[in-house]
Every structure is written in structure tokens, then in C-alpha cells.
Design a protein around this ligand. Sequence first.
Ligand SMILES: Nc1ncnc2c1ncn2[C@@H]1O[C@H](COP(=O)(O)OP(=O)(O)OP(=O)(O)O)[C@@H](O)[C@H]1O
Ligand SMILES: [Mg+2]
Length: 356
Amino acid sequence: MSTLTLRGLAKTYLPNVRAVKSIDLEIKSGEFVSLLGSSGCGKTTTLQMVAGFVTPSAGQVLLDGADITYSEPNKRDMGVVFQSYALFPHMTVGQNIRFGLEMRKLPANEINERVAEALSMVRLDGLHDRYPSELSGGQRQRVAIARVLAIRPRVLLLDEPMSNLDAKLRGEMHVELRGLQRRLGITTILVTHDQVEAMTMSDRIAVMANGTIAELGTPQEVYDVPATEFAFNFLGQSNTVSGTVVGHEGKSTQVRVGSNILNIPLRTARPAGEIRFFIRPERLVLSSPENGIIAGRVVTRLFLGNTWTYEIDSAFGRLRVIKVNTRGGQPSEGDTVGISWNEKDMQSASGELENV
Ligand SMILES: Nc1ncnc2c1ncn2[C@@H]1O[C@H](COP(=O)(O)OP(=O)(O)OP(=O)(O)O)[C@@H](O)[C@H]1O
Ligand SMILES: [Mg+2]
């Protein structure tokens, strides 16, 4: 049982870099939370304050209710995989992993089991006797992960741990790591700028921007019903359409775009006037021109293997449409097409992000 609480956590690097502004986050025991955000938004700084390597300028870190804000890193029982991982260069892969277990005075047979399990998890079974200098960057990164997993800490802190792995191996590691984390119930924070990684592994995602948490929720919540315009544009792809609010009916707001009146589900009523709303490219459906809600002309078409991406000029402006590749006939550049959607997929952000 390890609940981690961040309360008003902030860091200003001297003289005046406000790297983390004020983070409030409660991570339940066994929960997997990702900090997702673009470069420089304060992810590593936040993680390092939790780990104890950076002293906060304000706020607290609590572990199971106990204030550990100023405890020594090695007294926290946290396993950390740093962004710039460092292995012991004079030790083999096996020795690197054993080291922490021997420090903890575990019985020899258990040490052997855990080393083997950790190596197999990161797909490095055969490399037990190699030295770090004899490994590729991705292999070293995996040893760093194995070394921490073998210890089975109360809290796992991972800073871009899979950035050097190829896409296929990274996908496998997501599944393996998530499985092990669940089985052992280790409370985990993962720092990443990889949306797919955050989506596939996390119970909840904290989307960070400019040293704050901009959006917090399950992967489905932050993707399907984000509260902020920032998150709509940051996560996945999104079309932004501008219109004018002309009325309300029940829970839906009538918006005029050109000669079309749309009913858009809004969580809070909006006054008459300009409004921006959003729709994901995969929620738009192409058809023959007469069967669409609006018509458009294909400007470009890109083939991505599993999908086609279209850029289409329409009465709503330039729209992006993503269509699954079914090997069927596809509209070509220059074709006129119909575009349809389900009204519930047209959304507007209910709250805008402050300070961004
Ligand atoms: N030791 C430091 N001294 C001064 N400024 C720092 C220091 N470390 C980080 N910063 C600044 O704090 C901000 C946040 O940095 P941080 O490393 O937390 O970002 P990040 O989200 O982890 O980015 P990345 O994805 O590139 O790793 C950045 O503007 C960075 O330049
Ligand atoms: Mg970082």
C-alpha cells in the first residue's frame, strides 16, 4: 500500500525559472499515472522532487500520509529510472541488476530468480555477462529498467524509460511492464512525451503544460472529453471549427457555421457569440457528395498503411479526415465528397486553461 500525494509542489530554479508552478496530485496505491507533456514543461523536475533529488521551492510530497518532502532519496524506497540512465560500467548486466538485491540482503536463490525474471521481461536473457560498453543504447536502457524492477520498490518513477527502443520493442515493453506493475501493485509515475505510451499504460494521465497540470483523467477521458482546448490539440489530432452560438435547447447548443445549424453538446451554456469547437479526424465520415451533411473537395490524400489521411476544403474550412484502409475504392485528390458526423462528436472545451 503506497499512496503518493503531491501538494502544491513547486520548483523555481534560480534566478527565476518557474519549472513547476503548483502541482496537486493524489496517486492511489497501485495506480499508474503518466505525466505527459512537451519538452521543458516540468515533467522531470516534478519526478525528481518526488524522488528526492531536487528540493522543492514550495509544497509537500507525502507517502502514505507521511511527509517525505525532505527525506534522503535512498530512504524513500522508490525505484527510479532516469532520463539519462547510468549503469555501473565495471559491472556486467547481471551484476548491475544483482547489486541492489545484494544490498538488501535477499537470499541467494531469490536474487537469482529476480535477476532472471527481470532480464527476461526486458528481453535480454542472453546478455547476462556483457558489460554496459558492449550494449546498444536501447539495451542499456532496458538493463536500467530491469535493475529497478528487480528491487520491487514501493514506488516506481520512470523518466522516458523507453525513448531509445524501436516501436515494436517499445510496444512489447508497454504490455510487459504494465502487466508486472499490476501484478506487483507498484504505485507508478511515468514521465513521457509519447502519447501512445501514456494512453496504453496509464490508469490516469496528467497532461502538463508550463509547469502545471492542464488536464487529468483516464486515457479515455482526456482523449474523448477533454476540458480544455489545449488538450484537444495536444492529444491526438483535432479539427477546430469556428461558429456562432444562436441558441440553446436542453443540453445542446445551436451553433451556426455558414448556412448550417449544428447542435453541439456543451457541458455549460454559452452566451451568444463566437465559439470554437472540435472534432477528431477519425469521427468524420466520407460519402458521396449528396449523402454528406456538408460537401468538400479533397486537397491531399496520404497513405499511412492502416489508414488514409485526407485534407478536405469545405464550408467548415480545411478539415482533416482519417479513414481506415479497407483496400476499397478511395476518393482521390480533386474529388468532391460528402462529410458527415455524429452530433455528439462535435465538442467544445468547457474550461479554458489559465496561465498557458
Ligand atoms: N537545474 C536546472 N537549472 C535551471 N533550470 C532548469 C534546471 N533543470 C531544468 N530547468 C528548466 O526547467 C524547465 C523544466 O525542465 P524539465 O527538465 O522538468 O522539463 P521536462 O518536461 O522534463 O522536459 P523534457 O521532455 O525535455 O525532458 C525547463 O525550462 C528547463 O530549462
Ligand atoms: Mg525530462
